[in-house]
Design a protein around this ligand. Structure first.
Ligand code: SF4
Length: 227
């Protein structure tokens, strides 16, 4: 019997962040994450107080067929932390129906081969592997405080390899003038790979328009809610 993936939700929307912003995409959000960020915006994938009572199980072929039926330009495999699962069969199934596989990961776990686009969004709770940072097509830094960009750049030895390093305000800080100014100042001062970012799908409520999408469960940056 084929391996089963635990699926939190699937939905058709558009990519709300990064280089592929605005493109039609099918999202597969897998259940499970051991990282436990205090400001996680998908706590229903792991937090005991928010996980659904029942989580759907699906084979790689079933997920690929479901994605294909929506005719997206690519499929985003996300979570949770998708790389805690063996993504090889899912990537192969998506390729068999002609769909590029994109991945959103914290980078702390090995990345399966064959993925077409890798977004690494590093998290302090479990630091990314050097090989994940080398593999990343883009990096997304969550700017939770004005010093986040400098702290992260120091944490990786002062040099990012990826051609695009997005600076996205953590969503609860999206109107914090100090955070937004830090992003603007850094892009103006350094430029290069650094790009000011935003989670554009959120003000659109784009994901929620698909009835298969679950309501978002953000922890809101409250450490008291973390475990
Ligand atoms: S933000 Fe990502 S890495 Fe952090 S707890 Fe949530 S799903 Fe896991």
């Amino acid at each position: 019997m084929a391996d089963l993936y635990p699926v939190n939700e699937t939905f058709l929307s558009w990519q709300g962040e990064g280089v592929h912003l605005g493109r039609k995409a099918f999202f597969i959000r897998l259940q499970g994450c051991p990282v436990k960020c205090a400001w996680c915006d998908s706590a229903s994938t792991w937090h005991p107080q928010y996980v659904p009572k029942q989580v759907r199980k699906a084979t790689a072929a079933e997920l690929a067929d479901e994605a294909k039926a929506s005719s997206p330009q690519f499929v985003v495999i996300t979570g949770g932390e998708p790389c805690v699962h063996d993504l090889g069969p899912l990537v192969a199934a998506l390729k068999s129906v002609g769909l590029p596989a994109h991945l959103e990961t914290c980078g702390a776990y090995p990345i399966a081969p064959g993925i077409d686009w890798v977004t690494v969004s590093p998290k302090w709770a479990k630091l990314p592997l050097a090989e994940s940072l080398q593999r990343a097509d883009e990096v997304k830094i969550i700017v939770e405080a004005p010093d986040s960009i400098v702290r992260w750049t120091e944490a990786v030895g002062g040099q990012w390899v990826a051609p695009s390093v997005w600076l996205n305000p953590e969503w609860t800080q999206r109107a914090n003038p100090a955070v937004l100014k830090a992003i603007t100042d850094h892009v103006k001062a350094v430029g290069g790979a650094f790009r000011a970012g935003w989670q554009v799908h959120k003000p659109y409520s784009a994901d929620a328009l698909d009835v298969r999408a679950r309501p978002p469960v953000p922890l809101g940056g409250d450490p008291a809610k973390g475990l």
